[in-house]
Design a protein around this ligand. Structure first.
Ligand SMILES: Nc1ncnc2c1ncn2[C@@H]1O[C@H](COP(=O)(O)OP(=O)(O)O)[C@@H](O)[C@H]1O
Ligand SMILES: [Mg+2]
Length: 229
């Protein structure tokens, strides 16, 4: 199969602060991730995992370098797009350690919230949300409130929400940290299925050795650089 690039990073640098307070986090990193790949990102606490995800996700501005998302160069020593939020909305799905579902909305309302602000009709947004819930095997919870669901079920809803805009890239920051081994593996298998079937590139930050065998590649931050195992 032809391998299409989803994320290309070249000579990426990220420093925080200046002068005496300068903290170098990423120093001249280059790498590429293809569509359909499920990649683990592992490194010690404070090594820059969240910083790297947030730069790829167009949330945090790099210091210098280049970032391509699919065909589009989004960063070249400065943001190229005027509206980085639009790129985020259109191309990227985020999943966090905590599910951040809104407690007073039910499952389907949580999933359709963003698509509705994206000018998608209620009918289409709900149809898509139901398809995703079927796909993630929790359609029976569509009308439930987040508080009625288990940790693993809530994380599946968070995955459905991240998929609602058909993203090309999913960035997941320790999505299984709050789950036991069995549920963690089930979430990762779900991400694997999404990567393959929807041709999405997925980067998952994890500390969990038990789930590493399920990834296509393992990416590490070492000496402020990116290396693959
Ligand atoms: N907004 C910020 N200002 C200054 N330093 C920061 C900021 N965000 C992160 N850092 C520093 O950057 C480094 C990497 O942080 P982070 O990406 O959160 O690491 P990880 O996710 O791997 O634990 C840490 O040394 C952290 O203190
Ligand atoms: Mg982090």
């Amino acid at each position: 199969m032809h391998q299409e690039s989803a994320i290309k990073v070249q000579n990426l640098v990220k420093n925080f602060g200046k002068g005496e307070n300068l903290v170098k986090v990423i120093d001249n990193a280059s790498f590429e991730i293809n569509k359909g790949e499920l990649v683990a990102l592992i490194a010690p606490s404070g090594a820059g995992k969240t910083t790297l995800l947030m730069m790829i996700g167009c949330v945090l501005e790099p210091t210098s370098g280049e970032i391509w998302l699919g065909e589009e160069r989004v960063y070249n020593n400065k943001w190229i797009a005027k509206d980085t939020r639009k790129i985020r909305r259109e191309k990227i799905g985020f999943i966090f350690q905590a599910h951040y579902l809104i407690p007073f909305l039910n499952v389907i309302e949580n999933i359709t919230l963003l698509p509705l602000t994206n000018k998608i009709s209620k009918k289409d947004a709900e149809k898509k949300a139901m398809e995703l819930l079927e796909y993630l095997e929790i359609a029976d919870k569509a009308q439930s409130m987040s508080s009625e669901l288990s940790g693993g079920q809530n994380q599946r809803v968070a995955i459905a929400r991240a998929l609602a805009n058909n993203p090309e890239i999913i960035l997941a920051d320790e999505p299984t940290a709050a789950l036991d081994a069995k549920r963690s593996i089930s979430v990762i298998l779900m991400l694997k299925k999404i990567a393959i079937e929807q041709n999405v590139a997925i980067i998952t930050v994890t500390h969990d050795e038990r789930i590493l065998p399920y990834f296509d590649r393992i990416m590490k931050i070492e000496n402020r650089n990116i290396v693959f195992e």
